[in-house]
Design a protein around this ligand. Structure first.
Ligand SMILES: [Zn+2]
Length: 81
């Protein structure tokens, strides 16, 4: 079986229900194909570029490029770095 839509073994105490978990967001589905589609719907990071620094060592804002061609600015407001 491929990595995508992995089966999750039920614990001994629970009834033998099969769930499939998206490895990206951890949502669980009864149908394997839905978990595969969920994983495929998450964008992947292609590259990141620093945009702005403060006095801290880490950049305050970075521009992230995704595999759908879009770019977004991420801000390190809560990272403390
Ligand atoms: Zn997902």
């Amino acid at each position: 079986m491929s990595k995508r839509g992995r089966k999750i073994k039920p614990s001994a105490a629970s009834p033998p229900l099969i769930f499939y978990r998206c490895p990206k967001c951890k949502r669980e589905f009864n149908v394997r194909q839905e978990a595969v589609q969920c994983e495929a719907g998450h964008l992947r990071v292609v590259s990141a570029r620093e945009v702005q620094y403060t006095v801290k060592p880490y950049p305050f804002t970075v521009e992230v490029a995704f595999n759908n061609g879009e770019k977004r600015i991420y801000r390190a407001e809560d990272l403390g770095g």
